[in-house]
Design a protein around this ligand. Structure first.
Ligand SMILES: CC(C)(COP(=O)(O)OP(=O)(O)OC[C@H]1O[C@@H](n2cnc3c(N)ncnc32)[C@H](O)[C@@H]1OP(=O)(O)O)[C@@H](O)C(=O)NCCC(=O)NCCS
Length: 170
């Protein structure tokens, strides 16, 4: 496991390493995970490699990225959750392997990533997007206290819901 950046009750949120390729490939080539990602196409090896390199670049240059999620109990690679730039804003996002769905892990990790964004990174606003049929993901946004703002086609022409939350006062 590479550098732990954040910790929750059940999870570590960690830096990426090129060694995460195989574990992430299992997720990015799983049709159940990819159903509401872009066109639903499974990712090629090149795209997976570029994604990992982008996360390493983001962390090195901006001190945030979509963190690797590690199960504290088993040390297993569960997916990712974290922040990335999107259209002049900072977006929070999450992908988990299906065996971890429905146990609150996306919400638990996203609460930590969001608090880190507002507190350590001093962001004033965090947004999130999802295809309208991705009810699980939209539910996570709601549980984070994010508010629906608009429908958008900013993501390569694909229609998405656009949620946002401002830094809490105080
Ligand atoms: C979206 C995703 C990360 C959610 O992960 P998760 O760990 O299951 O999320 P949580 O358990 O924290 O919360 C899920 C919520 O959705 C609810 N939910 C589950 N199935 C649902 C459904 N079919 N319709 C509506 N809500 C649903 C759960 O009940 C839970 O809400 P609750 O706590 O009020 O009961 C996971 O499904 C995933 O990785 N999907 C594939 C990748 C993806 O689409 N990422 C988002 C891109 S926008």
């Amino acid at each position: 496991m590479d550098g732990i950046v954040l910790e929750t009750e059940q999870l570590f949120l960690c830096e990426w390493s090129l060694k995460d390729f195989d574990a992430f490939k299992a997720i990015a080539t799983n049709p159940t995970v990819m159903q509401f990602i872009g066109t639903g196409a499974l990712w090629s090896d090149d795209r997976i490699q570029q994604w990992i390199e982008k996360q390493i670049f983001l962390y090195t240059n901006y001190q945030f990225c979509n963190w690797v999620l590690i199960d504290k109990m088993t040390q297993a690679f569960m997916g990712f959750c974290g922040l990335q730039p999107f259209n002049q804003e900072i977006e929070i996002g999450w992908w988990l392997a299906p065996e971890y769905w429905g146990k609150g892990f996306a919400t638990e990790s996203a609460q930590a990533a969001m608090a880190d964004g507002f507190n350590r990174l001093n962001l004033s606003r965090i947004v999130s997007i999802a295809q309208p049929a991705n009810h699980r993901s939209i539910r996570v946004m709601e549980k984070l206290g994010m508010q629906f703002e608009k429908m958008s086609t900013d993501l390569r022409g694909i229609e998405v819901v656009y949620y946002a939350k401002n830094r809490p006062a105080g």
